[in-house]
Write a protein that binds this ligand. Structure first.
Ligand SMILES: *[C@@H]1O[C@H](CO)[C@@H](O)[C@H](O)[C@H]1NC(C)=O
Ligand SMILES: *[C@@H]1O[C@H](CO)[C@@H](O)[C@H](O)[C@H]1NC(C)=O
Ligand SMILES: *[C@@H]1O[C@H](CO)[C@@H](O)[C@H](O)[C@H]1NC(C)=O
Ligand SMILES: *[C@@H]1O[C@H](CO)[C@@H](O)[C@H](O)[C@H]1NC(C)=O
Ligand SMILES: *[C@@H]1O[C@H](CO)[C@@H](O)[C@H](O)[C@H]1NC(C)=O
Ligand SMILES: *[C@@H]1O[C@H](CO)[C@@H](O)[C@H](O)[C@H]1NC(C)=O
Ligand SMILES: *[C@@H]1O[C@H](CO)[C@@H](O)[C@H](O)[C@H]1NC(C)=O
Ligand SMILES: *[C@@H]1O[C@H](CO)[C@@H](O)[C@H](O)[C@H]1NC(C)=O
Length: 453
C-alpha cells in the first residue's frame, strides 16, 4: 500500500496539500477495517484513514480524510461519518456498492466529497443542505440517471467544482429537470457528461438546452420532441426535431414551428393550403411531412419552391388529390439529393383521375418512382359509377383500358372517310369486272371508252 508523505510548511499550502492528497488513489486494504495512513500536514500525523467495508474507528477529532472502499450497504449516511470524525474534510468512497447517499444532519467541515466507481444512483434531495463548506463534489463513474431538481439551490453553498461524467444519465425531457437549475459553470467536465439513454453518448447539457428551446417554441396544440441528434462532419450537434399536431381540426399549417423542425406530423386535420412550406421560414428545415387524412386537393403550389428538391418524406394518404404535377415532380425528384434511398411517398386513398389525357403520364411517373412510392399498389382510380377502372390500382391499368372511352364504338370522322374510300374502291373494282364481262359477251366497249379520243 502506498504511503503518502507531505510537507506543507505553511497554512497557505494546506488546501493545496489536501487537493494533492485527494487526487491520489489509494489501493483498497487487504483486510477489513480501518488503517491510518502516514501523512503529515502542519506536523499533524495520522490525519487520514482508509477503511475496507466498515468504518470501525472510535470518535477521532484528528482525522481529516477518510477513504472507504468495498462498502456495500445500499444507503450511505454521511452523518455516521461526521459523528465519528467530526473534523473530517474529505470523504472519498471508491470501489463500493451503494445506491443512495444521505447528507449530514448538522454543520460539518466536509469540503471534498468524492464517490467514484461505486454504483451510486441517487442522492437525497437535500444532500447539500448542511454542506456549506463543500468545494469539490465528484460523482464520476457511478450509476446516476438524474439528480434532484434543485440540487444546488442552497444559499451560502460554496461549491466550486462538480464532476458528473461516466454515469447513466437519462436524457428524456422529464428526467432532465435537474440540469436547468444547476449552475453549469461549476461543472468541470461539462462536455463529457454524456447521456446513457436515449441519445447515448451525446452531451447531457446540450440535449437539455435543445429540449428547453423546443418546448418554448412548441405550438400549444402540438407535441414537440427532440427526435434525435447527430454530429455533422464538423462535429457540430444537429438536432432532429419532430412536431406532432394530430387530430386538431387544423385548417392551416401551424404558424410557427420550433427552429430546425425537420419532421412534421399533421395527420387527421382539415388542411388544404400548403403555401407556407414554400414561403414561411419556419418550414425551411422541414424534411418529412405527414399530411394523411387532410383536405389537400393539389400540391402544385410546391412547384414554386425548392422543397420538392430536398424533402425526404411526403405522406398524402386520404386527401382530395385528383392529379399531381407530374412533369414538375419528376423534374424536382431527379434533382433531389436524397434520391433514391431516402425519399418516400405515400399517395393512397385519393380520388385519382383516370383518363387518357392524364393517366398515361401519371402511370409513367408511378413506375419510374416505384421504389419511393411505398403504397404504389394502393394508388387507385377514383370511384366512378359505370367506369370499369373505378378503384383499380393505377399501375396495373393497360393503355387500352385507360384510353378506351365510352363512345369508342361510335363512328369517328376519320373512320367515315375510310369507309367511303373503301366503298369507292369496291365500286371501281366492281365496275371493272362488270365491263370486262360485258365486253367479252357483247364485244362492245364500255360507254366511257367509246367517248375517249
Ligand atoms: C470498480 O469497483 C469494482 C468493485 O466494486 C472493482 O471490481 C473494479 O475493478 C473497479 N473498477 C475500477 C476501474 O477500478
Ligand atoms: C441540517 O442541520 C440542521 C441542524 O443544524 C438540521 O436541523 C437539519 O435537519 C439538517 N438538514 C438536513 C437535510 O439534514
Ligand atoms: C477514482 O477517482 C480517481 C481520481 O479522479 C481516479 O484516479 C481513479 O481512477 C478513480 N477510481 C476508479 C475506480 O474509478
Ligand atoms: C472511471 O472508470 C474508468 C474505467 O472504468 C477509469 O479509466 C477512469 O479513470 C475512471 N474515472 C474516474 C474519474 O473515476
Ligand atoms: C429553479 O429554481 C427556482 C428557484 O429556486 C424554482 O422556482 C424553479 O422551480 C426551479 N426550476 C426547476 C426546473 O426546478
Ligand atoms: C430561432 O431562430 C430565430 C431566428 O433564427 C432566433 O432569433 C431565435 O433566437 C431562435 N430561437 C431559439 C430558441 O433558438
Ligand atoms: C409565416 O411566418 C410568419 C413569421 O415569420 C408568421 O407571422 C406567419 O403567421 C406565418 N404564416 C403561416 C401561414 O404559417
Ligand atoms: C386518425 O383518425 C382515425 C379515425 O378517426 C384513427 O383511426 C387514426 O388512428 C388517426 N390517426 C392518427 C395519426 O391520429
Amino acid at each position: 500500500m502506498p504511503r503518502i508523505k507531505f510537507h506543507c510548511e505553511s497554512f497557505l499550502f494546506l488546501f493545496i496539500c489536501i487537493v494533492i492528497t485527494s487526487t491520489n488513489q489509494h489501493n483498497c486494504p487487504e483486510t477489513e477495517g480501518c488503517q491510518r495512513l502516514q501523512s503529515h500536514i502542519q506536523n499533524e500525523t495520522h490525519n487520514e484513514i482508509i477503511c475496507r467495508r466498515v468504518i470501525d474507528v472510535e470518535f477521532s477529532i484528528d482525522v481529516h480524510a477518510i477513504h472507504l472502499c468495498k462498502y456495500d450497504n445500499a444507503t450511505f449516511y454521511l452523518k455516521h461519518v461526521i459523528k465519528k470524525l467530526p473534523n473530517v474534510r474529505q470523504v472519498i468512497i471508491f470501489d463500493s456498492k451503494l445506491s443512495y447517499l444521505i447528507g449530514p444532519n448538522r454543520y460539518n467541515h466536509i469540503n471534498l466529497l468524492r464517490i467514484n466507481n461505486s454504483t451510486l444512483k441517487r442522492v437525497a434531495d437535500n444532500l447539500l443542505h448542511n454542506m456549506s463548506q463543500l468545494h469539490v463534489l465528484d460523482l464520476r463513474n457511478n450509476s446516476f440517471d438524474r439528480l434532484p431538481n434543485q440540487f444546488t439551490q442552497y444559499p451560502g453553498l460554496q461549491l466550486k467544482d462538480v464532476y458528473l461524467s461516466n454515469n447513466k444519465w437519462n436524457c428524456r425531457p422529464e428526467n432532465l429537470m435537474w440540469t436547468r437549475n444547476i449552475t453549469t459553470s461549476l461543472i468541470r467536465d461539462l462536455e463529457t457528461v454524456d447521456c446513457d439513454d436515449p441519445f447515448n453518448g451525446k452531451p447531457v447539457f446540450h440535449i437539455s438546452k435543445f429540449q428547453q428551446d423546443i418546448m418554448s417554441e412548441c405550438p400549444r396544440y402540438c407535441d414537440c420532441e427532440l427526435f434525435n441528434i447527430v454530429r455533422d462532419f464538423e462535429d457540430v450537434l444537429n438536432p432532429i426535431i419532430a412536431v406532432k399536431c394530430l387530430n386538431q381540426g387544423l385548417l392551416q399549417l401551424p404558424r410557427h414551428l420550433p427552429n430546425l423542425t425537420k419532421i412534421l406530423h399533421l395527420e387527421n386535420n382539415s388542411i388544404s393550403d400548403l403555401s407556407p412550406i414554400v414561403t414561411n421560414r419556419s418550414y425551411k428545415d422541414l424534411l418529412e411531412l405527414y399530411l394523411d387524412h387532410n383536405n389537400i386537393a393539389s400540391i402544385a403550389i410546391l412547384e414554386g419552391g425548392d422543397w420538392l428538391q430536398r424533402f425526404n418524406v411526403l405522406s398524402l394518404r386520404s386527401n382530395k388529390l385528383v392529379q399531381l404535377p407530374t412533369y414538375a415532380l419528376d423534374n424536382a425528384l431527379s434533382r433531389n439529393e436524397n434520391m433514391p434511398d431516402a425519399v418516400l411517398f405515400y399517395l393512397a386513398d385519393n380520388p385519382w383521375r383516370c383518363d387518357c389525357a392524364y393517366t398515361p403520364h401519371f402511370q409513367e411517373m408511378l413506375m419510374k418512382y416505384a421504389p419511393q412510392i411505398k403504397d404504389l399498389h394502393e394508388v387507385r382510380c377514383r370511384f366512378a359509377v359505370g367506369d370499369e377502372n373505378s378503384l383499380l390500382p393505377i399501375v396495373s391499368l393497360t393503355r387500352n383500358s385507360i384510353c378506351r372511352q365510352a363512345n369508342d364504338y361510335a363512328i369517328k370522322p376519320l373512320d367515315l372517310v375510310n369507309i367511303i374510300l373503301a366503298s369507292l374502291i369496291v365500286l371501281v373494282l366492281g365496275k371493272l369486272v362488270y365491263d370486262y364481262y360485258f365486253f367479252k359477251k357483247t364485244g362492245r366497249l364500255p360507254w366511257i371508252v367509246s367517248k375517249m379520243p
